[in-house]
Design a protein around this ligand. Structure first.
Ligand SMILES: [Cu+2]
Length: 493
């Protein structure tokens, strides 16, 4: 009885700190039209045979609400960063200057790259210094991203804005006639939920429940804008969608229930497009979809129920944070969209066949949450574990051999879903809770949803790089869980 009251009270308090209506979803968020924001495209500059990018981590200020200033972090901008773009096979160098007042890192999420260049917790960039990773782009055409991976600080640094998108092209992707003009018919979208105090400042976690479930905000930003209106230029439009939220899952679809074609997942093109009406997207995951907008009717990109699948008491707590309700993300107007000469080929790519019998090792990764955190009380220590251990920078949890296959079984011993992410690889899903992956789950992945009390088998290969000293990370991509210990380290030798 007491607990129930507490939950009700915390939900009510959460509402009181918001601006305007009690939350985003109880009124027409499109009443005030806000322009869609396209992140600037930054293709770098060729110098001595390398594509060179200059990035600056900086403090900034944004007006998410008219007349109210929010202190933010950004990369070459007050909030978030440019969309970087490079081609497979190129050598790239990224000069990352830290103009912040504190340590940070910048991790190239989804890249297969040398461990020293990964931008994880071991590659700290001190204030007023510049980190200059360089590596050959080995990934096939795909939609990757970059973000802070500072130990214990990832959640707050990403929350304030240290993230951006990264597009890789290759001959295969360029030879297809898919929509691919940046900002015209090829539109990147990062989804991030936030809360605000009445003075406009970001509101972050204030309760143990929020830390446990991960941060869930009542406003969803699309490229840094609350519920924008996107005016389509072409009747056939590709959206590259990144879930850059700290913890919120989405179940994406359209208000009129129209079909869309899923053409790519984390690691690039599927073998063939898959017709869908809804698709779940967890923090860290990306999808590329192509939508037919030729009927000229306004339509809303939404998140539907069914995103989180939390169980029992966890489900109740998540419910109090609006973690699994239906809500609007972005309005799409296509009245003035022109006819497209682009097409969606029925065959997109051919994936190599990976035979599980060729795996040289099998590993188990069990994800769990501490009982104290389950009860919502006590202690400041780590509350999230992999194989019963919290992340330790000085401990190596696994050693893999370069260019071999391994099978990892990821087991979720908790009542909420976790997106499991592995660095330096694009893996394949072998099985999800005892079933074969369906067509939309058969692409290359670097992050996979492991549902409550579920188990997922993945086949991983670390093809290109080895380093006997510097580890890569595997972790839950709910950033509060990662910071709270649900992370481990592996070497590739
Ligand atoms: Cu998690």
């Amino acid at each position: 009885m007491k607990r129930r009251n507490f939950l009700l009270t915390s939900a009510a308090l959460g509402g009181a700190t918001l601006i305007g209506a009690s939350n985003l979803y109880s009124y027409d968020v499109f009443e005030q039209e806000r322009d869609f924001s396209l992140p600037p495209l930054y293709e770098g500059k060729f110098t001595n045979g390398k594509r060179v990018f200059n990035l600056n981590l900086q403090h900034g200020e944004m007006e998410f609400f008219k007349g109210l200033k929010t202190k933010t972090l950004g990369i070459n901008a007050p909030f978030l960063g440019p969309t970087l773009r490079a081609k497979k096979g190129e050598f790239i160098q990224i000069n990352v200057k830290n103009s912040l007042r504190f340590d940070s890192t910048l991790h190239w999420h989804g890249f297969e790259l040398p461990a020293k260049m990964d931008g994880g917790p071991h590659q700290v960039i001190k204030p007023d210094t510049t980190w200059k990773p360089e590596f050959k782009v080995q990934n096939r055409a795909s939609f990757l991203w970059y973000h802070s991976h500072m130990f214990h600080q990832t959640a707050t640094q990403v929350y304030k804005g240290l993230a951006g998108m990264f597009i890789i092209d290759d001959e295969e992707s360029s030879s297809l006639n898919l929509p691919s003009e940046y900002g015209i018919d090829d539109i990147p979208i990062v989804l991030q939920d936030r809360n605000f105090n009445s003075d406009g400042s970001f509101r972050y976690i204030t309760s143990m429940q929020e830390r446990m479930a991960g941060f869930h905000g009542n406003y969803v930003l699309v490229n840094g804008v609350i519920a924008p209106t996107f005016k389509a230029k072409k009747k056939l439009t590709r959206f590259r969608i990144l879930n850059g939220s700290n913890a919120r899952f989405y179940n994406l679809g359209f208000s009129d229930d129209r079909d869309f074609k899923l053409i790519a997942t984390d690691g690039g093109l599927l073998e063939a497009p898959v017709n869908l009406k809804q698709i779940r997207l967890a923090p860290g995951e990306r999808i590329e979809i192509v939508v037919d907008l030729s009927n000229a009717q306004d339509v809303v990109l939404k998140s539907f129920k069914g995103a989180t699948r939390s169980m029992g008491m966890m489900g109740m707590m998540m419910g109090s944070m609006n973690s699994d309700i239906e809500f609007d993300l972005m309005k799409i107007k296509s009245k003035n969209a022109s006819t497209s000469t682009r097409t969606i080929p029925s065959k997109l790519s051919e994936h190599p066949v990976w035979n599980p019998n060729n795996a040289v090792a099998a590993r188990g990764m069990t994800l769990s949450m501490g009982m104290m955190s389950m009860m919502g009380g006590g202690g400041n220590g780590d509350r999230f574990f992999i194989n019963g251990k919290a992340m330790d920078m000085s401990r190596i949890d696994a050693v893999a051999k370069k260019d071999t296959f391994e099978i990892w079984k990821i087991v979720n011993q908790s009542p909420m879903a976790h997106p499991f992410h592995v660095h330096n690889t694009q893996f394949k899903i072998l099985a999800i809770d005892g079933r074969r992956p369906n067509k939309s789950e058969q692409g290359f992945k670097d992050t996979v949803i492991v549902d409550p009390m579920g188990a997922v088998y993945i086949m991983v290969s670390f093809k290109y790089n080895s380093d006997k000293n510097v580890p890569y990370m595997f972790h839950c991509h709910i950033l509060e869980h990662e910071d709270g210990g649900m992370m481990g380290q592996f070497l590739v030798t």
